[in-house]
Design a protein around this ligand. Structure first.
Ligand SMILES: NC(=O)c1ccc[n+]([C@@H]2O[C@H](COP(=O)([O-])OP(=O)(O)OC[C@H]3O[C@@H](n4cnc5c(N)ncnc54)[C@H](O)[C@@H]3O)[C@@H](O)[C@H]2O)c1
Length: 315
């Protein structure tokens, strides 16, 4: 495996920004998660490669892609172990954290990345499609975070305050909304809320929590956005998932000290800090309004406010 920047290869004794760290990446059998796992290993981390091996809609798949990524990492001289559990179940999340501790004796970084889509317009969105997508993304972030955080709290209580990191995966769909993805947008917006709370609550245990909103060519995007995702014949392949991983590796390393509760967009060679909700124009009457008065005030304030970003796929 070639270097991903400043680091050398992933073999024992090699140096890199993640050297000596034990990193879990969920949904790392393909796509962005695979790229993150390979990048961490190339920077010296030992990686727990989780993947349940499901189809794009979450239906059971024919194989376990986690094993193939582990083989790739080991072939390049790195250290990795596969975990095939469902991260959206408590048992799966607990066994994932246990796999890191039992195999490598520690856990430093959790990258929550696994997920799938069930895109439908809201009028056609069945309750099953809603539940499945909320479950895999939002519950699938919460449960590994919950089990990892419990471990880091125990470490802190034992006098070993970690330099732990969690990198969550949101989406532009969660930040701006995306037509045909009501379930996914709600889940990915929820991941931002979870990130903010986790950053605030877990700081005392030495845990930093950030989120990324990536864009890259994977099976999730290669058909729906075929035009923008296509690889060029020559030059920089901006939509390769490997372009997102360097920021994820840095956020998950000790080098990102002091950075927590932030959301970054990462696509090609571009990194953007996303700036969230904050109070805009405001008016206080000091007394209750009638609905008509509330409407008049709301319209006046809206005229002064910034125009929100356009929902993906709208207009
Ligand atoms: N590709 C993009 O442009 C893009 C944009 C925004 C957000 N994202 C997010 O990035 C993450 C990775 O997406 P991707 O594009 O690489 O998709 P992908 O389908 O290539 O990879 C997702 C992986 O997660 C695994 N998985 C699904 N459910 C699981 C479960 N319950 N337990 C364990 N593993 C499970 C799948 O088997 C799959 O290998 C997702 O959270 C996705 O929503 C991707």
């Amino acid at each position: 495996m070639g270097p991903t920047g400043g680091g050398a290869g992933g073999g024992v004794g090699m140096t890199g920004i993640a050297e000596g760290r034990v990193v879990i990446v969920t949904g790392a059998g393909r796509g962005l998660g695979r790229a993150h796992a390979l990048a961490y290993a190339a920077e010296g981390a030992k990686v727990v490669v989780n993947d349940l091996g499901v189809g794009l809609d979450g239906a059971p798949g024919p194989d376990s892609p986690a094993g193939r990524v582990v083989d790739e990492i080991r072939a390049a001289g790195g250290a990795a172990v596969a975990h095939g559990g469902d991260i959206a179940t408590s048992a799966g999340a607990a066994s994932l954290v246990a796999a890191a501790l039992e195999t490598y004796g520690r856990l430093d970084t959790l990258v929550n990345n696994a997920g799938f889509l069930r895109d439908r317009m809201l009028v056609n969105l069945e309750e099953d499609d809603w539940d499945a997508v909320l479950r895999v993304h939002l519950t699938g972030h919460f449960l590994p975070l919950r089990h990892a955080a419990a471990h880091w709290r125990a470490e802190t209580k034992a006098g070993r305050t970690p330099r732990a990191r969690i990198v969550n995966t949101s989406s532009g769909a969660g930040l701006l909304g995306s037509v045909g993805q009501g379930n996914y947008s709600a889940a990915k917006a929820g991941i931002v809320g979870l990130t903010l709370v986790a950053a605030a609550e877990l700081a005392r245990y030495g845990v930093q929590v950030n989120a990324i909103a990536p864009a890259a060519r994977t099976r999730m995007t290669e058909r729906a956005f075929a035009g923008t995702m296509a690889a060029p014949d020559a030059g920089f392949d901006a939509m390769a998932p490997e372009n997102v991983s360097p920021l994820v590796v840095w956020l998950g390393s000790a080098a990102s000290a002091g950075v927590t509760g932030r959301v970054f967009e990462a696509e090609g060679g571009r990194i953007t800090v996303m700036e969230g909700w904050r109070p805009g124009p405001t008016a206080d009457k000091g007394a209750r309004r009638t609905p008509a008065e509330a409407g008049k005030t709301a319209r006046k304030l809206l005229a002064e406010a910034e125009v929100p970003g356009v929902v993906y796929g709208a207009g």
